[in-house]
Design a protein around this ligand. Structure first.
Ligand code: AHR
Length: 529
């Protein structure tokens, strides 16, 4: 072979090997180089203000499940992990930053096996009971007083989910009296002897959880009657005013909503809806939290967007029976649900949280705000160490997830006035299935500040958005962006600052014309002044 030809063959092999090695090391989560930005338009209708965005759309959920309550929130007074009355200081500090408006407890499925008397009085005397929903034994160290102290410390309203499946109306009625009565009844005095003089405020109380499933496998007609019976015994004591919530539907189970609304609407203040996002839609093989390619990125976002349709259809049924929109639709469980990590306790539902979860969070929060005339509460599942968590802990270590940062960035919308943000946007397509590439939401707060949240679902292309503000003028833009080079970027205990918000500067303001450049796969929250 000629020396030249030999050199050519060697070089070709080298190039091929390099390409092959690059393909191997790219691994899951790596994606193609960014292409040209796509163009979109956005009209912000400051001249058409709508409803108040209920701050409870930013609610959370803490169930006795896995390492959420024990380890995640509660370590006990004798723990070497710094704590105040047993609640870990690092987690509580991080939660305060989120301005959590409302916290649901003790379940979930666990609610319908929880007996409140197990969780009061001296901790060393409390019974140890099997957690038959999620495994293990619950020593009841975290009970009513500990939960309500947590709520007071982080500034959240309490949402207690009562036990219908294995409880009784009497047990429910007693619990409410114990917590909220200022009289000298035996139960109020028992609370005082257990260390709490002043009654607590309990604004939300639910009659069972998923009563179509783990809460009793009931038919809607049967539960409608049970609901009416139990709700009758939810009493208001000493100025406390409880909103009564009924256990509602999931996904597309519209008949449940139809029956509950037709037969029990006048006895309720809210009806719940649960929807979990699975990358595959298959409960037996949900998909990995961290090891995924663009196919699962796209399918996860396509599935999470379905909540918009579910809310619209359940709301339409509610409108028939409650045109005044008195009864709230409470999405009190939502978020991603992946396969448990190999090597982890399958019942504990611990999952990592990546940039994909941040996108899911932003999209869902935008949808809830869009339907804020009917959706009055939403509680992401769940707060720490379980499903789409804000915070992960491992003994004394703590990591804040990408989802945490979205909730922090979106705080500005809590209690603000919803301002329509109309997008005209191309589809983000994968395998010929298209979903809207962008999601947006806007609000004006009590001080008149206008906030805009944008989510770019496309992992490959930035968005160039021509923005028009109707009914106002923009003179300045500031805000934050959450993104990362990889779709599966995450924060770990070793790299807790891998995914964090950064200042957003990618905009051009010429006269009244604002052009925003939103990076691929990002969440952006801006203040427009
Ligand atoms: O969030 C985990 C479980 O999901 C809850 O306990 C239950 O209500 C739902 O099925």
């Amino acid at each position: 072979m000629h020396a030249q030809r030999k050199l050519f063959v060697c070089l070709s092999i080298l190039v091929l090997l390099t390409v092959f090695a690059a393909a191997l090391t790219a691994g899951p989560g790596a994606e193609a180089q960014s292409a040209e930005p796509y163009k979109a338009t956005l009209s912000i209708r400051l001249d058409q203000p709508r409803w108040t965005i209920n701050r409870n759309l930013y609610g959370q959920f803490a169930e006795h499940l896995g390492r959420l309550v024990y380890d995640g929130l509660w370590v006990g007074e004798d723990s070497p992990i710094p704590n105040t009355h047993g609640l870990r200081n690092d987690v509580v500090g991080a939660l305060k930053e989120l301005h959590v408006p409302v916290l649901r407890w003790p379940g979930g499925c666990f609610a319908d096996e929880y007996h409140w008397r197990d969780g009061i009085g001296p901790r060393d005397k409390r019974p140890r009971r099997p957690n038959s929903s999620w495994g293990g034994v619950d020593a009841n160290a975290f009970g009513t007083h500990e939960f309500l102290e947590l709520c007071e410390t982080i500034g959240a309203d309490a949402y207690i989910n009562g036990n219908v499946g294995s409880g009784s109306p009497q047990e429910m009625m007693d619990w409410i009296e114990y917590m909220t009565s200022s009289t000298d009844s035996d139960l109020a005095n028992l609370r005082r002897r257990n260390g709490r003089d002043k009654p607590w405020k309990i604004p939300f109380f639910a009659v069972g959880n998923e009563t179509w499933g783990c809460g009793g496998n009931m038919r809607p007609e049967y539960y409608a009657d049970i609901y009416r019976q139990y709700a009758t015994f939810i009493k208001n004591h000493s100025g406390n005013r409880i909103q009564k919530l009924a256990s509602g539907s999931h996904d597309e189970n519209y008949n449940w909503t139809e029956v509950l609304m037709s037969q029990a609407a006048r006895y309720m203040d809210g009806l719940s809806l649960h929807y979990y996002t699975l990358p595959t839609g298959d409960w037996s093989k949900k998909g990995s939290a961290t090891q995924f390619a663009e196919k699962e990125w796209h399918s996860t976002l396509a599935r999470t967007l379905r909540i918009d349709e579910f809310i619209q259809k359940h709301s339409a049924i509610m409108d028939k029976y409650d045109p005044q929109k008195r009864v709230g639709l409470m999405v009190d469980e939502w978020g991603t649900w992946y396969d448990s990590e190999p090597g982890r306790d399958m019942g504990a539902l611990f999952q990592q949280n990546t940039l994909r979860d941040a996108i899911v969070a932003g999209v869902n929060l935008n949808i809830f705000q869009k339907h804020g005339d009917r959706v009055r509460m939403a509680n992401i599942a769940q707060m720490v160490n379980v499903l789409q968590a804000m915070i992960l802990t491992d003994k004394e270590k703590m990591a804040l997830t990408p989802t945490y940062y979205v909730f922090k960035m979106y705080r500005v919308h809590q209690g603000a006035t919803m301002i329509p943000a109309d997008l005209s946007v191309p589809e983000y397509k994968f395998n010929d299935v298209g979903i809207p590439a962008l999601s947006a939401s806007a609000s004006r707060d009590a001080e008149g500040r206008l906030h805009l949240s944008l989510v770019n679902l496309d992992p490959n292309r930035a968005a160039e958005i021509s923005t028009t503000l109707w009914g106002g003028a923009i003179k300045d833009v500031s805000g934050e962006v959450l993104t990362a080079p990889e779709m599966n970027a995450m924060n770990t205990f070793d790299r807790p600052n891998n995914v964090k918000p950064a200042a957003f500067n990618a905009y051009k303001l010429q006269g009244s014309q604002l052009t925003l450049n939103i990076p691929a796969k990002s969440v952006v929250v801006l203040e427009l002044k």
